[in-house]
Design a protein around this ligand. Structure first.
Ligand SMILES: Cc1ncc(COP(=O)(O)O)c(C=O)c1O
Length: 273
């Protein structure tokens, strides 16, 4: 493989890197407590399975934009469950699980060498990978406002509640980051896949909540995975919502590139939401 290949820029796949440690742990008398991959183990809810089965006769190509029913379900979920004002089905885009977006977003937004992508210093590994695939520079931050270079940062990831720390950012903490990023024209992408799984006492809040962003979604994208909240990881279903211009740009590219959620999965997402 040429050193010019993309994979040459990437670290060893994290779960492959853990293999030797797994082998060591497995040698212990009590065996391994494996916390490496957070994969759902509870059953897929019946309502989701029934919706998938009912949509199984789907011979035609689905829409990259998703069905109107799916985009309405996502917007309705954001406003009902997360108090998002102005959630608009037109500004929603389905994803084939959220990992593909995390891995490809910097590329889809045309980031390149010299651009920086901020992400939390203890984080899901794919934020870094997405930057590397695009040849951008991943920059781990403790505090995005003080640690990132506003001149070079094109986008920054938030993740509240955080994987792996569980830390929940308050509306005020989120607002501080959003105000700073907007002042510098930096896109904030908030990975909200654990938003329904906050610790007791901590109230996770979406970056699209009016207490965080006012009544405008410009400069903001929220990413919602169904994997954990609906035991949906095997189906691969997520969506993003937010800045209309960014949603339109991503839709335009993803249509060309075949990044389409299968029709039965779209129907199952509607049921889950
Ligand atoms: C923080 C975070 N983001 C994104 C994902 C990707 O989830 P999925 O691709 O199943 O939507 C995960 C999966 O564990 C995660 O922990």
């Amino acid at each position: 493989m040429s050193t010019l290949s993309i994979s040459a820029r990437l670290p060893v796949f994290p779960w492959d890197r853990l293999e030797p440690y797994k082998a060591t742990a497995a040698g212990h008398g009590d065996g391994i407590v494996d916390l490496s991959v957070g994969t759902p183990v509870d059953p897929v809810p019946d309502v989701v399975r029934e919706a998938l089965a009912a949509a199984s006769d789907s011979p035609g190509y689905p829409l990259t934009y998703g069905t109107a029913a799916l985009r309405e379900a996502a917007a309705g979920y954001l406003s009902r469950w997360h108090g998002v004002s102005g959630a608009d089905p037109r500004h929603v885009l389905p994803l084939i699980g959220s990992k593909e977006l995390v891995g490809w977003l910097p590329t889809l937004l045309d980031l390149r060498e010299g651009d920086q992508v901020g992400y939390p210093d203890l984080a899901y590994p794919t934020y870094e990978i997405g930057a590397l695939i695009a040849r951008a520079e991943p920059v781990a931050y403790g505090d995005p406002v003080t640690d990132l270079d506003p001149a070079r940062t094109r986008m920054l990831w938030l993740n509240s509640p955080s994987n792996p720390t569980g830390r929940v950012l308050s509306a005020a903490e989120l607002r501080r980051v959003v105000e700073w990023a907007r002042a510098h024209g930096i896109l904030v992408v908030s990975d909200e896949c654990y938003i329904e799984l906050g610790w007791e006492g901590a109230e996770p809040v979406s970056v699209l909540h009016p207490d965080v962003c006012g009544d405008r979604h410009d400069g903001l994208i929220a990413v919602h995975s169904l994997s954990k909240r609906s035991n949906f990881a095997g189906y691969r279903g997520a969506f993003l919502a937010g800045d209309p211009a960014v949603v339109a740009e991503l839709l335009g590219i993803r249509k060309h590139a075949g990044m389409i959620v299968p029709q039965p999965v779209q129907a199952a997402m509607v049921a889950a939401l």
